[in-house]
Design a binder for this molecule. Sequence first.
Ligand code: UN1
Length: 495
Amino acid sequence: MSHPVYHNLIGGAWVPAASGKTFLNLNPADSADVIGAFPSSDAEDVNRAVAAAKKAFITWRLVPAPKRAEILVRAGNLLVQNKEKYARAMTREMGKVLAETRGDVQEAIDEAFYVAGEGRRLFGVTTPSELQNKFAMSMRMPLGVVGLITPWNFPMAIPSWKLFPALVAGNTCVIKPAEDTPLSTYNLMQTLIEAGLPPGVVNIVSGFGPHAGAPLVEHRDVRAISFTGSSEVGSLVGQRAAASFKPVSLEMGGKNAMIVLDDANLDLALDGALWGAFGTTGQRCTATSRILLQKGIAAEFTEKLVARARKLKVGNGLDAGIEVGPQVNRQQIETSQKYVEIALAEGAKLLTGGRALTEGPYAHGNFFEPTVFGSVSPAMRIAREEVFGPVVSLIEFDTFEQAIEIANSIDYGLSTALYTKNVNRAFAAIRDLEAGITYINAPTIGAEVHLPFGGVKQTGNGHREGLSAIDFFTTWKAVYVDYSDKLQRAQIDNQ
Ligand code: UN1
């Protein structure tokens, strides 16, 4: 069967990999459905893309920021027009249900309009000088060529979180999308080109981390790297970038806790738990993967959660009524399977799910049953390590203080949620939960683009997307203008 062949975008031209190599992108709900062949890029393609970005930077940095922003407004409007088409392509490419892929495109739309506003802000600071007749100010400057390495779970939204602020700030970009989802990033590139972005300002090299990602991280002319993905790969990216003092923003894993207190609205907490744990088939860095239940409501909550998890409709995300799509690839299924075995060996109790679905309509896809473990203790690996699949652990506790301690006892610190009607507890939790994001009476997923997004501890290295992405994609320049017409010396005891 024939399938489309896609090319890299380098200097405004769509070109195959220099080696001519390609890889196939398959539908995770049906491996017989080939999305297309994509370039399997290597260092040569990265070199060409970086050279094109470097050339484009000469003129792009001089385009006034409000004009750069107008291109983002046009891109946002084009995404609105193409939302349904791109959402369907994304479900076919990576599996999550259509309502969620529409949400993914919507996040890119929101980001376009939000960041376009930065074109007329990009505020600096003016401040008094310590000397007379001297003016002092600080300005944000672009970095130059930036490298972006993006994951498959939000294949349009996350590239937009990085690309749009980088572009409005005057940088040029080379992006290496996850090998499972190049098409959605291609669709985003196509949108930017149609919106009028000049050639070379964005470049895409598709392929695999060791061959296409590593040379991008190590390239001398790449001034910064922004990465979202696993902690394992993030650690490699961070170490390689550090060797040349390259700024790097790392956004990685989570093991996000939802705490349900005895006084919570249980039905609300149940809705939140199901959406947080099984939305996107559990494949979000913000997914609810631990539910901490106070003893008074634990039995009732557990029974109801398990009953509802059993009823979730698993299937092809393009079909009406499906609530949980496939996992993105075979390795993810194997990871879910591996953690089920680990949890059982540790003494956790399998309450529902636990198996890959392989029969009938599931025969050609990567499907896994929504899985709930009870009797989980905070020390178990299933309570501490990220699964990135539809697997959730239930942990019981006595007091609010214990819940906070358990929630904080892991290496990650991305998202947290507390369900309660007690305002004092809510504010204590906001203060005490060690995480970049805390929700009260809402699940751990669903961050909005204009707030800071990121986490503490091993979730990241201190940077934030959203609100402060501009901080990462610009560098400060301090400017002094002396209009005294004489030599004035700062830090000298002037009389
Ligand atoms: C991710 O999984 O890497 O907050 C990002 C959320 C989404 C983004 C998730 N808006 O759940």
